[in-house]
Design a protein around this ligand. Structure first.
Ligand code: ZN
Length: 486
């Protein structure tokens, strides 16, 4: 059971992959910490359960699926059950046939290359895409098996080779490659078996295929037994989805299939974006991340540009934040694993320093009249770990006895900042569920409890797609197994 909980957590939060997230806690540490957490959140879970009446009043979320395309509607039910079981076991994952929702591939207007765009207005939680891998390998750190599988298939199937060649093998090749039609991308080899158009003028070159793998493949963790394993996979359509530090879509890995949901409302013509690496960090840290090292580009999304414009005023505090963050993560880990209940607040000296940094950023951002509310949230989301750390410390260290002090509006603003920046994140859902548990204890916080509940439901839909409200509620409860510290 535990292994797939970890997998789904990785799939939704850590964005498994070569496009993986830089996490402050190692995987092993995170599991231990999560186990500690599970033993100490019973009170909070009970509070969360008290939200059932609210949930029952909520209409069931609509399932916006075109049942004619791949029978995807039938997936939602089995996917719900699988999610509720903690996504275990791996080999019992529901079959997820390929599905293409209201999206199309087009050239980006700003010259970045190609991207995936919405063909109609969609609401948060809408299923956009299900894509099975072109090839998948396990425990294949150098991707040799993946290469071997792709080379074998490409050698005997010209359409497969042509699809492979439609993916970039270098960043610069993005601009030279044609925009493939959706018919081509979703075609079956049998449809083209005797067609001359599948004959690719490009020579068969394993080195190029390896370059395609290095630039486009995804990695993730899973467990088949007690041991951790890693999978590596190459997907066709998902490889055309660009990165943004303020994404609007989230992804799940179920079995080997990648499922992309709208994590927020998306307008017709808007580009669908995901995060290749963790973006819950200041610009300085994001720029040093594997995004530039591995993928060879520096993000220039709107959020990055906003933060660039603030670099002079935030430089000192940003450097201090980055210095403190990893140290604080170690403190949280050590305290969580100490088996003492609760850990003394002195265990978290660096976390408390981080909170001061966050307050400084708040002052600077709110004093800047040139920033929109959205832009302020983008900036704050990068420093939110500090506040989450402090909130976590206070929550555990005080045995929840200091509830009114914990519950200031700022922690709700942190949730809103994360939702505005990285919607569909299980860490945010976890934090929201914790807050909900506390607000529901307090009569004076009834309105706040409703607000937090709706935030949680929206975050749940962003992370897992539209589900029935009872499923959403259970998923919210399960989210408390994740420590809300990035
Ligand atoms: Zn960016």
């Amino acid at each position: 059971m535990e292994e797939m909980k970890v997998l789904i957590r990785n799939a939704t939060v850590r964005m498994p992959c070569a496009r993986s997230v830089v996490h402050c806690l190692s995987r092993k540490r995170k599991i231990s910490a999560a186990n500690w957490c599970c033993r100490h959140i019973k009170y909070r879970t009970r509070c969360c359960s008290a939200s059932l009446p609210l949930a029952q009043k909520t209409e069931e979320a609509p399932i916006n699926l075109d049942e004619g395309k791949g029978g995807a509607a039938s997936i939602v039910g089995s996917l719900s059950q699988y999610l509720l079981k903690g996504c275990t076991p791996w080999h019992e994952a529901p079959s997820c046939p390929d599905y293409v929702g209201p999206v199309e591939v087009a050239r980006t207007p700003d010259g970045r290359g190609r991207g995936l765009f919405a063909t109609q207005d969609v609401h948060a939680g809408t299923l956009l895409l299900i894509s099975n891998p072109m090839a998948i390998s396990y425990d294949d750190p150098h991707r040799i098996m993946l290469l071997s599988k792709l080379v074998t298939m490409a050698a005997k199937d010209p359409l497969f080779l042509r699809k492979l060649h439609s993916l970039a093998h270098t960043q610069s090749s993005q601009h030279r490659l044609e925009v493939p039609s959706m018919d081509f991308l979703t075609s079956d080899s049998s449809d083209y078996m005797y067609s001359e158009e599948v004959v690719d003028p490009e020579p068969f070159d394993p080195a190029r295929i390896m370059d395609i793998i290095m630039l486009n493949s995804f990695e993730g963790e899973y467990k088949t037994g007690k041991e951790e394993s890693r999978l590596c996979a190459l997907y066709l359509l998902p490889s055309l989805i660009n990165h943004s530090c303020h994404r609007n879509a989230s992804r799940l890995i179920v079995g080997g299939a990648m499922i992309i949901h709208a994590a927020t409302d998306i307008r017709k013509g808007e580009e669908i974006t995901i995060t290749y690496v963790s973006t819950v960090a200041p610009l300085q840290r994001r720029q040093k991340s594997s995004l530039s090292m591995k993928f060879g580009f520096t993000c220039k999304c709107k959020r990055c540009r906003v933060e660039e414009s603030l670099q002079n005023s935030l430089r000192d505090v940003s450097e201090l934040y980055c210095d403190l963050h990893d140290k604080a993560a170690d403190e949280v880990h050590m305290a969580m694993c100490s088996q003492r209940s609760p850990p003394p607040e002195s265990s978290f000296a660096t976390v408390l320093q981080l909170r001061n940094v966050f307050d400084t950023v708040c002052e600077k951002v709110f004093a800047d009249k040139g920033l929109s509310e959205l832009e302020k949230r983008w900036v704050l989301a990068g420093y939110s770990s500090a506040y989450l750390g402090k909130w976590l410390v206070s929550g555990y260290a005080s045995h929840f006895s200091n509830v009114p002090v914990l519950l200031d509006q700022k922690v709700v603003e942190v949730v809103k900042a994360l939702r505005a920046t990285v919607p569909g994140l299980v860490h945010t859902l976890s934090l929201t569920t914790f807050i909900l548990g506390i607000t529901q204890r307090l009569e004076s916080k009834e309105e706040l409890a409703k607000e937090v509940f709706m935030l949680g439901m929206a975050e749940c839909a962003g992370a897992y797609g539209n589900q029935k409200s009872d499923v959403m509620l259970k998923l919210m409860e399960k989210s408390t197994e994740v420590i809300p510290f990035f």
